[in-house]
Design a protein around this ligand. Structure first.
Ligand code: ATP
Ligand code: MG
Length: 195
């Protein structure tokens, strides 16, 4: 599961657990992005904090783990490089790239999309504001073979986003119950997102 995780929240965790259970995945690896090509303009919290928060958040789920592979790689984070590295870590295994339906709509703009779609499956999770039917319509331009690589996943509609959480911290409003308490504690202890 890729993302900025700035910070990780229950939307990410519910999605990952839903994908694991629905698709019978052996494990879910959370891969915080170092320099997401799509998010360049905004300032992103230091990778160390995002890695720490993600590690804290997945601790209670034996199927979940965190990888620093994108953070440790030089240059922008491209999914294709990550999937390649995953193939080396898990030889002979099928790889599913879990992402929100909003991100899947951007797939067509990603680096080496043709090759990428040969390498892994995609799980597109619904989040509020993104209808799965909408996704199917938008993806209809893909060749059928490629379309078959994209699976949909319905998760309970959690209107939680990292953007909203960051804004809440800035404004001194509660973030409790939007993300695991250990992550909330880390944010407050380290004084993250205050400015
Ligand atoms: P930001 O608001 O900073 O963009 P975000 O909440 O969208 O943060 P990301 O790290 O960008 O979090 O998300 C990683 C992946 O998780 C994306 O594919 C995104 O679509 C998905 N995702 C994020 N929030 C939810 C949610 N509430 N429900 C389902 N999927 C989600
Ligand atoms: Mg996002």
């Amino acid at each position: 599961m890729g993302g900025t995780f700035d910070p990780i929240h229950y939307g990410h965790l519910v999605t990952a657990e839903g994908a694991r259970s629905d698709f019978g995945l052996d494990t879910v690896v959370f891969v915080p992005a170092a320099r997401p090509p799509h998010k360049e303009p905004r300032r992103i919290l230091a990778a160390e904090h995002r890695l720490t928060m993600t590690t804290l958040a997945v601790d209670t789920n034996p199927y979940f783990s965190v990888s620093a592979m994108e953070v440790e790689r030089r240059g922008p984070s491209y999914t294709i490089d990550t999937v390649r590295e995953m193939q080396l870590c898990y030889p002979g295994r099928e790889i599913y790239f879990i992402t929100g339906a909003d991100a899947v709509l951007e797939i067509l703009t990603w680096k080496n999309v043709g090759e990428l779609m040969e390498m892994c499956y995609f799980i597109a999770a619904t989040r509020p504001g993104y209808q799965l039917e909408n996704l199917q319509v938008k993806l209809a331009s893909l060749p059928p073979g490629r379309l078959a690589r994209i699976h949909s996943l319905v998760v309970p509609a959690l209107a939680i986003s990292s953007t909203d959480i960051r804004q809440r911290v800035r404004e001194g409003r509660p973030i409790k119950y939007l993300l695991p308490e250990v992550v909330e504690d880390h944010i407050h202890r380290e004084g993250l997102y205050r400015t």
